[in-house]
Design a protein around this ligand. Structure first.
Ligand code: ACO
Length: 436
């Protein structure tokens, strides 16, 4: 809830005083509302990469990066992981409250009704090159949804947010599994109404006509946990992309497709795949220190993947849960992954290294996630797709919040540092006019 304090700050610009109101969030975060700045002074603020800028009010997710706190709609992430299903968390993010029994049943039914992909879209998968990254396939396919389900204009969507949410969350899961099956040359497996959301996904991924898939409740539980932990993370890069693109009132599918594209970057959601690639290299080489030195070397573009975070300056609470569950799940299932030992060694070395200590660089959500996905049988090039599936409710919740507020089209200013007319005198002199 927006809370306006009686306070304000005074800014002196070229001898002129401007009073700028101080705004205070429900968790005590303070900000300066600079809405009047340009109008009153002609000045703008400069904040590349938004290191200090709050782009909006939001009541969806709260993060305290210094204390390692993450809450969705006021509920600690640890509690949600222990006591809820991903589908309930999706409902919570989009609607603001956990569903009651009837709402949960209705939402689950809607997920089932909307789980089938338009049959004509299935043929699209045949025309992507073998080896195409599933994230590229996914963003393209989601964009194409608007052609098959054209009722995605702002008005219809706002009237039927449940239907649109359910369709996206459900259909994207089907698409992701189809993309995987196509990539390995196997027939697609259709969704089943008798399975829960996560069980259905695992079944679509791994069932085959020659070897029926045994759904293990423990695997479903782990996937459910991973999806909850990834479901939202306030104004991260992909969510900001969703809010920005959405502010131009483009259709919801194009908006989500933009989020998927942003997520695919190695500095964002693509890091979970990059972590496993890095751990394999370290395992092969056997020299952890060498990789740490490479990460510290400013002339080397190598970074310790799965480490560091724009907001967390302490242990990422999601990483703490995943690390614990990763260890326990591997033990329970007697699954041995040498990369877990490598990861532990890298973590310990980094957490004792002054470079990482001084910069508050800790493992982030992606550091242990890939090892769990490997244990579930998910191939590496699908890791970021898994992240995208989990993040959908968060993107939709932010999109809904954004269109429900008085947001104008997102359009930052800039400080121009290019040539002035004085520097281009004579450049156009010898050209004939094309227009009279
Ligand atoms: N390895 C080595 N050094 C690092 C790392 C890292 N992983 N992360 C940050 N640093 C260093 C930077 O070089 C910089 O050092 P300097 O002050 O000497 O110049 C300092 O720590 C601050 O880092 P920035 O890059 O300024 O921090 P920023 O907030 O812009 O970046 C990011 C955050 C992108 C996550 C960064 O830590 C990173 O690249 N990590 C590796 C990729 C990764 O794991 N991404 C997933 C993030 S979680 C997510 O998106 C789901």
């Amino acid at each position: 809830m927006k809370q306006e304090s009686p306070g304000y700050v005074v800014l002196e610009v070229e001898g002129k005083s401007v009073r700028l109101p101080v705004v205070v969030g429900s968790e005590g975060e303070k900000g300066i509302d600079i809405g009047a700045l340009r109008r009153e002074t002609g000045y703008v603020t400069l904040d590349p990469s938004f290191m200090n800028t709050a782009a909006c009010y939001s009541s969806i997710t709260f993060i305290d990066g210094e204390k390692g706190i993450l809450r969705y709609r006021g509920i600690p992430i640890e509690e949600l992981v222990r006591k809820t299903m991903f589908v309930e968390v999706a409902y919570l993010l989009v609607h603001g409250e956990l569903p009651n029994e009837e709402q949960r049943r209705n939402f689950s039914a809607m997920l089932n009704i909307n789980s089938m992909l338009h049959e004509d879209m299935r043929h699209f998968f045949d025309h992507f090159p073998r080896g195409a990254h599933p994230m590229h396939i996914l963003s393209t396919m989601i964009n194409a949804l608007a052609a098959f389900y054209p009722n995605v204009d702002l008005k219809s969507l706002s009237e039927d947010i449940d239907q649109s949410t359910a369709r996206l969350i459900s259909i994207v899961r089907t698409m992701a599994a189809f993309a995987y099956k196509k990539s390995i040359g196997e027939p697609v497996v259709y969704p089943r109404h008798d399975l829960s959301y996560c069980a259905n996904f695992l079944n679509m991924m791994f069932d085959s006509p020659v070897k029926p898939y045994q759904i293990h409740p423990d695997a479903v539980r782990i996937l459910n946990m991973l999806f909850i932990l990834h479901a939202d993370h306030e104004q991260n890069c992909s969510t900001t992309a969703v809010r920005t693109i959405g502010s131009a009132q483009v259709n919801l599918y194009a908006t989500i497709s933009a989020g998927i594209s942003a997520l695919s970057g190695p500095l964002h959601g693509g890091a979970n795949q990059a972590v496993i690639e890095m751990l394999k290299m370290i395992q092969q080489d056997g020299n952890v220190k060498k990789f740490l030195d490479m990460a510290k070397d400013k002339n080397n573009p190598f970074r310790l993947m799965g480490f560091g975070h724009r907001v967390y300056k302490t242990y990422d609470p999601r990483a703490a849960i995943i690390k614990r569950e990763c260890h326990a799940y591997l033990e329970r299932t007697h699954y041995s992954d040498p990369l877990l030992d490598v990861a532990r060694e890298v973590e310990e070395a980094a957490l004792n290294d002054p470079y990482f200590i001084e910069r508050n660089l800790y493992p982030n959500v992606d550091f242990y996630t890939g090892i769990l996905y490997r244990a579930l049988g998910i191939p590496e090039n699908m890791f970021t797709v898994m992240f995208a599936l989990a993040r959908l409710p968060g993107w939709i919740a932010h999109w809904k919040e954004m269109i429900g507020s008085d947001t104008k089209i997102v359009r930052p200013r800039q400080i121009y540092i290019g040539k002035t007319p004085v520097e281009t005198v004579g450049v156009m002199e010898n050209r004939e006019p094309l227009l009279q």
